[in-house]
Design a protein around this ligand. Structure first.
Ligand code: SF4
Length: 318
């Protein structure tokens, strides 16, 4: 299958004054094939959301390339060329409470993108909004209501309709279920899965819940302190992790089934994720790695393919 979306050594640093720089994302290369779902996991503070936002142009990148259908996205995201491409790439945000403007009706929120990016009349925009409300399991009458009149799960459905009304090909789902009650998380994931199939979407699914990511994704990328440390088929990475960080992440992830969770000996990751302002020399995971060696503190391991597996790992053990 051909590559639809690709980042090549994508880097995003933020200057925070006094000569200090936050290394939020460092040289991340990730190619996503047409109709593929790639899950991006890691602790909070690992740079997952910044990667998603920079890839879509919601932050200007520091360096590296972003390609969509083989074409470079312009360096300046405000340019007209970028705006044209941008309708094919959309984002579903984490927090359905703060990402919807409380002063706009649901119809205005969902139809805003069409109003900006198409020459459709008010009537046909309303018809599209009604269609998309139905697609996400809401009623066309909901169009005239305001976001505060809806539950968290319904607001996330509104966010999904807003992203998909432009009929994008590539969607970044940034922790789309983490702010929702457990009881509605599966409904939203299933809705995304159905719409993905119907529309032939390609997704980057960002989350910290590994079992959920394994469930929805074809491949899984594991991020630590701004870099990808392991990448491979989702089931393989989950059941046979190779990078010490992935191993601990998998072992510390709660099992969805309470009975299995009770019997399990879980491991927790020692220490805190280091500050992205003072990125350690060598392997970024060295300060917390139970298998650290001398070389780890001196040389940065590159993400390399493992011979025997369909897997890429950044670790001196391989
Ligand atoms: Fe651990 Fe060294 Fe591998 Fe880093 S490179 S994960 S410190 S063994």
């Amino acid at each position: 299958m051909s590559v639809l979306f690709e980042t090549i050594e994508l880097t995003k640093h933020f200057s925070i004054g006094k000569g200090q720089t936050v290394h939020a994302v460092d040289q991340v290369s990730l190619a996503i094939a047409e109709k593929e779902i790639v899950g991006l996991v890691g602790e909070s503070g690992s740079g997952k959301s910044t990667f998603g936002m920079t890839a879509l142009g919601l932050h200007d990148k520091t360096s590296g390339k972003v390609k969509f259908k083989g074409e470079d996205l312009p360096q300046k995201y405000q340019s007209r060329d970028f705006q044209k491409m941008a309708t094919s790439m959309q984002m579903i945000f984490q927090d359905p409470y703060s990402s919807l403007n409380p002063r706009m009706t649901v119809g205005e929120i969902i139809g805003e993108g069409l109003k900006l990016h198409s020459s459709q009349s008010g009537t046909s925009i309303r018809e599209r909004v009604a269609h998309w409300l139905e697609q996400v399991g809401l009623h066309p009458d909901h169009m005239s209501r305001y976001p505060h009149e809806f539950s968290g799960g319904q607001r996330q459905r509104i966010g999904i309709a807003r992203a998909l009304i432009l009929e994008p090909e590539f969607v970044v789902c940034d922790e789309p279920i983490s702010a929702l009650d457990v009881s509605v998380q599966a409904q939203v994931v299933n809705l995304l899965g159905d719409l993905k199939e119907k529309m032939g979407l390609t997704l980057l699914f960002i989350a910290h819940d590994l079992s959920m990511v394994r469930y929805v994704s074809d491949r899984m990328a594991v991020m630590y302190l701004g870099s990808v440390v392991e990448l491979g088929p989702a089931d393989d990475v989950y059941f046979q992790p190779r990078h010490p960080y992935t191993e601990i992440l998998v072992n510390s992830n709660p099992e969805p089934d309470p009975a299995t969770e009770k019997q399990r000996t879980s491991t927790t990751i020692q220490g805190e994720i280091p500050s992205p302002v003072n990125v350690p020399q060598g392997c970024r995971f060295a300060s917390r790695c139970p298998r650290v060696m001398e070389i780890c503190r001196e040389q940065t391991p590159s993400l390399i393919p493992l011979k025997e597996l369909d897997r890429q790992v950044a670790c001196h053990l391989y």
